[in-house]
Design a protein around this ligand. Structure first.
Ligand SMILES: Cc1ncc(C[n+]2csc(CCOP(=O)(O)OP(=O)(O)O)c2C)c(N)n1
Length: 281
């Protein structure tokens, strides 16, 4: 039997790449939620991670570098019934695309962002990015990176994200459950997935040694301050849902017929669509 959500295209990633685990987790999550492929859209950024859209059998859009999030926001607003996934890299999401990400989180647009965080720019041969640890020697930092990385979980919590989680690409079962929870969450959800880049920065052993599950540690994901504390941990790596709160999604508020945003209401009164279109006939 063909595997669920498999296009049949053979992945081109390096053997051992963390992208395989993310792909398997997402396929499993979609299948277990009983979603049909026409109900799902995956938008990917540019990078090794971006090839996901060739292997995941759903409607897909391969956006330009750093712009997967705004494309996904547009898809979600055009048809809020769709499950809209974003596959993005740490370079794509946290460097060139950072402001889109933080504002989508602040607005609580119901897109589900999966960050393939391998801590380097893999596709372009391993340059340093915003999550590269200080001192790492890469193609762009041959004497070791002198920059301090930033903490994406802390940034996302501060931006108002209503669902913030961290996964590990080797723990496919756990990641699958996180993806399911993210999809079922109303509004914006982000999962920062730590994954090794076997060619340019193999973090597999480092993550395995430090990872622990938040659900085993008595963490309450409704507690924002506790989530902040967990996001600040330096020696251990928390996996699971750091924070989840229910708030109205942007599309609910912006597209509600009872409460159209004033700007749109005025525009409608002043400029009926049929009259506007008639100008172009
Ligand atoms: C506007 C623009 N700038 C730079 C590039 C070159 N480029 C392609 S992929 C990439 C970085 C990819 O890193 P990441 O997003 O972390 O993805 P990974 O390859 O690690 O999955 C860069 C800088 C580009 N394609 N477009």
């Amino acid at each position: 039997m063909a595997r669920a959500f498999d296009t049949g295209v053979r992945p081109q990633w390096c053997p051992g790449c963390g992208n395989y685990g993310v792909l398997a987790a997402v396929r499993g999550a979609l299948a277990e939620l009983g979603l049909r492929r026409e109900e799902v859209v995956a938008v990917a950024g540019i990078g090794c991670h971006g090839r996901v859209t060739e292997y995941l059998d759903v409607n897909a859009f391969h956006a330009i570098h750093g712009r997967a999030v705004p494309v996904a926001e547009g898809v979600k607003l055009a048809n809020p019934k769709l499950t809209v996934l974003v596959h993005t890299g740490d370079g794509d999401a946290y460097a060139i695309g950072l402001s889109h990400l933080l504002h989508a989180a602040r607005r609580n647009v119901g897109i589900k962002v999966i960050v393939h965080n391998n801590m380097v720019y893999a596709l372009t041969t391993g340059q340093a990015g915003p999550t590269t640890p200080r001192g790492l020697r890469t193609r762009s930092t041959p004497y070791g990176s002198v920059e301090e990385p930033f903490n994406p979980l802390l940034l996302l919590l501060a931006s108002g994200a209503t669902f913030v989680a961290r996964g590990f690409s080797d723990d496919v079962q756990h990641l699958k459950e996180l993806v399911k929870r993210a999809i079922l969450h109303k509004g914006f959800a982000v999962i920062d997935v730590l994954q090794p880049c076997v060619t340019f920065y193999d973090t597999r052993g480092w993550i395995r040694e430090r990872a622990y599950k938040l659900e085993d540690a008595g963490h309450d994901p409704r507690d924002f301050r506790a989530a902040l504390e967990r996001s600040l941990e330096a020696e251990r790596v928390p996996l699971g849902v750091l924070y989840e709160v229910e708030k109205p999604a942007f599309e609910e508020l912006a597209l509600s017929p009872e409460h159209p945003p004033p700007a749109l209401r005025d525009l409608k009164a002043r400029l009926p669509l049929d009259k506007l279109l008639a100008r172009f006939e």
